[in-house]
Design a protein around this ligand. Structure first.
Ligand code: HPA
Length: 265
């Protein structure tokens, strides 16, 4: 099971995977229950980030259990989806953005596997937080279907679960943010610590607070995601079909001396 999809808001079912079965994986952070299926003979793990029926808010997602569990299953690559608000007038609702950087404005989340102590202190490089090989394949697949995808974007991760104030959005824009969401940190951080290639396809669901015409609602975010889930799935499945088995990026070596953090027992 080398390939996983983490489905964000609006992406709750594994779509066109066949031979579906739910499995249970124990981790030091709690159990996770992803669905495993097949696509063109490739085994794919599907994990809805917010749990079945979207019951877990962004600040309470068990990110460490999710990523640990996927690593334990042998996952080497993750494609994640995320709904985002846009601060950038060029990135419009209904468009996809292949983010390449993040700004971390989360507050109280466990964000690392590397907690020090006898296991040692580890610092990981995040010059290129998102896997270049996965990103290139996603761009190719989207182009093949004629979908508009922005190549690059700065994702601002807020703590949530509330939406932002217009003043916060103006600040994020001044700092260089393009998009705002509540989940990519620590997910991308932990994937890199675990040596897993990771890329996120962000779907713009709305212009951010103060740029939109009225108050924001979760319902409008979910509705726009539902309209666009089919396109996201198409792109992800094309990528899964096209990826070479071997990885040619350096993601697997992001934390070369940290394998002992993932040993069990
Ligand atoms: N803010 C934060 N998260 C979001 C938004 C937003 O405007 N839209 C979708 N997820």
């Amino acid at each position: 099971m080398e390939m996983a999809i983490i489905g964000g808001t609006g992406v709750y079912d594994p779509g066109i995977l066949s031979n579906l079965r739910e499995i249970n994986v124990q981790t030091p952070y709690g159990a996770v229950s992803p669905t495993v299926g097949e696509f063109n003979g490739v085994e794919v793990v599907f994990l809805p980030r917010h749990g079945a029926g979207h019951s877990v808010p962004p600040h309470r997602v068990n990110y460490r259990a999710n990523i640990w569990g996927l690593r334990r299953l042998g996952v080497k690559r993750i494609i994640a989806t995320t709904a985002v608000g846009s601060l950038n007038p060029q990135m419009r609702p209904g468009e996809m953005v292949l983010i390449d950087q993040f700004l971390d404005f989360t507050k109280g989340r466990p964000s690392t596997f590397f907690e020090g102590g006898p296991q040692g202190v580890v610092h990981v490089d995040y010059t290129e937080p998102y896997c270049p090989e996965l990103r290139a394949e996603i761009l190719k697949a989207a182009a093949q279907f004629g979908y508009k995808v922005h190549d690059g974007g700065v994702y601002v991760c807020t703590e949530g679960p509330r939406f932002e104030t217009p003043a916060e959005i103006r600040m994020f824009a001044k700092l260089g943010g393009d998009l705002v969401g509540m989940t990519n940190v620590p997910e991308v951080v932990l994937a890199r610590e675990a040596g897993i290639c990771y890329a996120t396809i962000s779907m713009v669901t709305n212009f951010a607070a103060g740029m939109a015409t009225g108050p924001l609602t979760h319902e409008e975010v979910v509705a726009l995601m539902q309209e666009n889930t089919q396109r996201l799935r198409q792109v992800i499945m094309a990528v899964i079909g096209a990826l070479p088995k071997e990885r040619h990026c350096s993601c697997q070596h992001a934390a070369p001396k940290a394998d002992h953090f993932f040993e069990e027992g």
